[in-house]
Design a protein around this ligand. Structure first.
Ligand SMILES: [Zn+2]
Length: 264
């Protein structure tokens, strides 16, 4: 566990090549766990941390959205409320019953569904500090971010991602861009994506530019009669200058082109 800011701790694992983060917010009476990673084993360091550092506090687990790399460790917190956006339990169930993501087997302990849900926004407060959960559709129908106004900090889930967002199962480009523009209005200095380094608001602009750019370029290629499987749209074209993309994100970009193609 690493302390990212006062009382904000993170644990990062490798999930099929993607750095993937769980966060812990230690408040006076409550402790929030943001995402439970790919299973109870992977999230065990967070459980150990709570046992030693958060004894006596009520644990609140937040699932930023239903994807396997964010919820498969839910069973590691049997005493806690699990909070998510209203669509999340249904989407986890669909994922467990098969479909596009059935390749990932759930852990033998199962995946407890969120038992506290909300629509647009849910706010907790503890010792005069507010923790806002805000619905941010885009990457998925049920995506949320965790906004800590007093700290000017945002835990972004997969609504933001570096070096590029992942289109798999997204909620539509327009919806996502609308969400990113709304997030730009928030008074934050630090944004912590689930996948990627902590950074400032530049990630919002970079992600918007990538999403808008990819959809526009794919639409043009399609109109010009290009072949779906031979799109010549290198990733660098859609990223800020100098950004280096590893093989995992080069693959993610190629997948994104196909997702965009199939949607346009
Ligand atoms: Zn993810």
């Amino acid at each position: 566990m690493k302390e990212l800011a006062p009382s904000v701790w993170t644990h990062v694992i490798d999930a099929e090549g993607f750095p993937t983060l769980a966060a812990v917010l230690l408040m006076p009476r409550l402790v929030f766990v943001v995402d439970t990673l790919t299973g109870p084993t992977e999230v065990a360091p967070v459980v150990d941390f709570l046992a030693s550092e958060a004894a006596g506090r009520r644990v609140v687990v937040i699932d930023t959205h239903h994807h396997w790399d964010h919820v498969f460790g839910n069973s590691a917190f049997p005493e806690a409320d699990i909070v998510a956006q209203r669509a999340c339990p249904r989407l986890i169930q669909a994922e467990l019953q098969g479909g596009d993501e059935s390749l990932r087997l759930p852990p033998p302990e199962g995946v407890p569904l969120p038992n506290v849900t909300f629509g647009d926004r849910l706010t907790y407060s503890d010792a005069e500090e507010a923790v806002h959960l805000i619905h941010t559709p885009g990457h998925s129908e049920d995506s949320l971010v965790v906004f800590l106004p007093q700290r000017r900090l945002l835990l972004g889930g997969d609504t933001v991602e570096w070096p590029l967002p992942n289109f798999g199962q997204r909620d539509g480009a327009d919806e996502w861009i609308r969400t990113l523009r709304q997030l730009k209005q928030l008074p934050v200095d630090l944004i912590v994506p689930s996948h990627g380094p902590t950074m400032g608001k530049t990630i919002l602009d970079a992600n918007e530019r990538y999403i808008a750019g990819v959809y526009e370029a794919v639409a043009e290629a399609k109109a010009a009669g290009a072949d779906r499987n031979e799109l010549d749209l290198p990733v660098e074209r859609f990223l800020p200058g100098g950004v280096v993309v590893d093989d995992v994100y080069a693959d993610a970009h190629r997948e994104n082109l196909l997702w965009a193609w199939d949607e346009i």
